[in-house]
Structures are given as C-alpha cells and as structure tokens.
Design a protein around this ligand. Structure first.
Ligand code: ADE
Length: 242
C-alpha cells in the first residue's frame, strides 16, 4: 500500500480531499494511506513558533528549518521519498506520476507557505516538484494534485484499462467522448459512435485523438515516433492546413 504523509500548516485544507470520490474509496479499501501532519505539532520554543523573519531583511515570513526537520524525522522510514512542493522544482508531469506510482517508496510531501522555506531544507529533501510556472499561496494544492494523480494510477479503484487511454500516457490527448442525448440544441453525437461498428469506432477515436493533439498541443507530436497510420493522418491534416 502506498502511503502519503503530508506536512502542512493547514491540515483543514485536506478535509474534503480525503472524504470525496476516488480518493475516499481508495482510503476505505486501504489501497492507499494518507496521513496529514500539522507542522505546528513540531514547533519550537514556548511560543510554538514555525516561521520567522528572514535574515538580511525583507517582507514575509519564512518557514523555520527545525520544525520541518523534526516533522520529517518523525515520519521518515527507510522507504520514504521526501518531496518538497515548490515553484523552483522540476515541473510535474504524467511521466513523473507514473514513475512515482510504480516506485515502492512512500512519499513525504512538504507544503510551504508564506515567503518560502529556509533554503537549508534542501539538505533533507530528495525531490523538488513544481506544478507549473505560477506561484500558489502554499504547497497544499500542489500536494493534492500529486497525490491524486499517483493514487489513481496506484490503485485499481478505477478500471486499470482506462489508464491506457489517458491523455499524455501515450503523449496524445484523449479522444472526445459523448453521452446522452444524441442531439442537444442542434449539436449531434458523431454518427460513427452510434453505428455499433467497433473497428470503425476504434479508428475514428485514434484519428480524433491525433487530430485534437495536432490542433491543441502540436508540441506533443514533436520528436514523437508516429505509427504508420498516424503518419498518414499527419500528412492529411497538414494538407488540410495548407
Ligand atoms: N508552492 C507554491 N507554488 C507552487 C507551485 N507552482 N508548485 C508547487 N508548489 C508550489
């Protein structure tokens, strides 16, 4: 069972996350475990301090090293990977989610807040992850994103076959999907999906996934080894463009 330990100043942010939908089911079935740890439980001094002003002057509080290191040590095992959520980390992508899901390590996720961490925290961390090039108020949402993306891969709560079609798992976007009704305000479900012809449907889906990627995320097709069929589609789409 994969375990996620989250070190945070705001445990209440996780209340909805652990009691909803797939994550709730995965926890109930003991397919994953999530422990939310309040960094304040490891505060220092009689004022239960966890942050302080930065040396050298400047705006904003900095998370102190000692409470974080004490919290890490209290939860670390020989099987732990210590992950810092920070905009200076490597950008988190599906490939990393797959690697972490396949890895046996349990994750300790450290969520910062305020101006950031005392830089010396890097001596205690195995991996720095960023969600993307923007700054959040803290690492909590980022840690939920990381847990969510790994949990859905690491568990069989959802049909494992459904991962085969994930956007990005084959580095293509997903094919479009439709449900009832067949017509809504003049917008129709593509006829092929109603045909019952499995081979045609499969071909159409492959083409649509490719077409979607071609128009929305052409960067994903760069340097990608394309199947013969995809090369044919690429040629068709490029012709259409010109
Ligand atoms: N904390 C603040 N901003 C972040 C980001 N973009 N990714 C991960 N953690 C963060």
């Amino acid at each position: 069972m994969k375990k996620f330990t989250v070190l945070t100043l705001f445990p209440e942010m996780f209340a909805g996350f652990v009691t909803t939908s797939i994550i709730k089911k995965a926890l109930e079935r003991k397919l994953i475990a999530i422990e939310i740890v309040d960094i304040r439980d490891y505060s220092v001094g009689k004022h239960h301090q966890v942050d302080d002003y930065q040396y050298g002057g400047g705006q904003g509080m900095v998370l102190m090293l000692e409470p974080l290191v004490k919290a890490i040590r209290a939860h670390q095992t020989s099987n732990s990977l210590v992950v810092l959520l920070t905009p200076q980390g490597q950008t988190y992508q599906q490939k990393m989610a797959v690697n972490l899901a396949n890895d046996k390590a349990d994750l300790i996720l450290i969520c910062g807040h305020y101006e950031g961490f005392d830089e010396r925290i890097l001596h205690y961390v195995d991996l720095e992850l960023s969600l993307g090039d923007y700054v959040l108020t803290g690492g909590e949402l980022a840690s939920m994103v990381v847990i969510d993306s790994i949990a859905r891969l690491a568990t069989d709560v959802i049909n494992p076959e459904s991962h085969q079609n994930d956007s990005f798992s084959e580095e293509l976007l997903d094919y479009p999907v439709y449900t009832k009704p067949v017509t809504f305000e003049g917008h129709e479900v593509p006829a092929v999906l109603l045909s019952g012809h499995h081979q045609n449907i499969a071909q159409w889906r492959e083409f649509k996934a490719f077409e979607k990627t071609f128009y929305k995320r052409p960067d994903l097709l760069k340097d990608k080894k394309l199947s013969e069929l995809q090369q044919k589609w690429l040629a068709e789409l490029e012709q259409k463009e010109n």
